[in-house]
Design a binder for this molecule. Structure first.
Ligand SMILES: [Zn+2]
Length: 377
């Protein structure tokens, strides 16, 4: 083991007999009247053993070990050994990731252990329109297996926000182009693309099987496509992400069936209960396709995809804490809001997640659960 003071915490700020270290936005001051800690941190660059440092400082090895234990508890120290499983190409490719993970590493948890989890992960992206940005992010990060699905062809109207595609790709299948481009971004990962139209939750079961997380970028047909993804993910026990954008806000949520959290159908039921006018919105849009009206222009789409991917990295690696599961970003004030009406528990009558799931309930069935049969006549 080669303990080192983290490079990302340098420079060490010296203020007379005190040193200041900034870690995750918090400045900590450590008394250092004789300058030994400063010198120790300078020597702890990963090139020296503990005994070499002790000799250099003319201090007992035990003192150096005690100091390292103290610094390790503060997450200031990590092991700089490089696992043999990492090639020089990977060390270059994942340098920024490893620097990021360094923030969560210590002598017991290597920054490489987080990257290993990404390499072992499988993420599915349903819809390679806006979802194509997510595919590029995941490929760059080194997620080991990326699964994608779309049945559209690249059009010129896509090119101002779906940056995986360019003029030369117009008229080609998105699934085909995405596979080529992702492999060019990172040839070391596995890619499986489906050129397929989804018409039920059953269509998704084989495609999503074994995924660690799903990004739902299918927005059409309205509502029912989210219910298909929800049903498949509940059945398979996979967390999924969905979101939406309008001119002044970006909505994002993570639905995780593994945590007994409300599923998308629970949310529909709660919404019908709390606001009876939800039924009109459901009836106006349910199952319909609205093309060419997406207001998610590139900057806001990038924020949404960034939120998805940042959360997915932490979900997969356990590095940083997860975001709250439901966030709306106000793009004018640039602050985040959480829905006050959000229920933390599953709806007790949800036919999708509260009992053994057999088949997806119709929207009429969901309405009956809330209003009873009579209310529908
Ligand atoms: Zn549910």
């Amino acid at each position: 083991m080669r303990p080192a003071f983290k490079k990302t915490l340098r420079p060490i700020i010296r203020k007379g007999q005190v040193i200041e270290i900034n870690y995750h936005g918090t400045a900590t001051e450590i008394d250092d009247p004789d300058g030994n800690i400063y010198e120790l941190l300078e020597l702890l660059d990963g090139s020296r053993s503990i005994s070499e440092i002790a000799n250099h400082l003319n201090l007992p090895i035990e003192d150096i070990e005690d100091a390292i234990i103290f610094l390790n508890e503060l997450h200031y120290i990590e092991d700089t050994s490089v696992p043999k499983t990492y090639s020089p190409t990977e060390l270059d490719r994942y340098q920024a990731n490893l620097n990021y993970f360094s923030g969560y590493a210590n002598l017991d948890v290597s920054r490489f252990s987080f990257q290993d989890k990404l390499k072992d992960a499988k993420i599915a992206i349903l819809g390679l329109g806006g979802g194509s940005l997510a595919a590029a992010y995941l490929a760059g990060l080194g997620v080991g297996e990326i699964v994608g699905l779309d049945y559209d062809k690249v059009e010129r109207t896509n090119l101002n926000r779906q940056f995986l595609y360019n003029e030369d790709d117009i008229g080609r299948l998105k699934s085909e182009v995405a596979e080529e481009k992702i492999k060019k971004i990172n040839p070391e990962i596995s890619v499986k693309m489906y050129n397929q139209k989804v018409g039920s939750y059953e269509d998704l079961l084989d495609i999503l099987d074994g995924a660690d997380a799903v990004i739902n970028a299918l927005d059409q047909p309205a509502i029912i496509s989210a219910r298909w993804v929800n049903a498949a993910c509940v059945k398979l026990g996979i967390p999924f992400y969905r979101g939406g954008i309008n001119n002044q806000s970006i909505m994002w949520e993570r639905i995780n069936p593994l945590n007994q959290e409300p599923c998308y159908d629970c949310k529909i039921l709660y919404s019908l209960e709390s606001d009876h006018e939800t039924v009109y919105r459901l009836e106006s849009g349910y199952g319909k396709t609205f093309s060419g009206v997406n207001t998610g222009f590139a900057p806001n789409l990038s924020i949404l995809i960034g939120l998805f991917i940042s959360d997915i990295v932490n979900l997969i690696t356990g590095a940083a804490p997860l975001f709250k599961p439901n966030i709306t970003v106000d793009t004018i004030l640039m602050n985040t809001l959480q829905s006050e009406n959000e229920k933390p528990d599953r709806h007790p009558d949800c036919p999708t997640c509260s009992n053994q799931f057999n088949e997806m309930a119709s929207i009429e069935h969901l309405k009956q659960i809330v209003f009873g049969k009579g209310a529908l006549q």
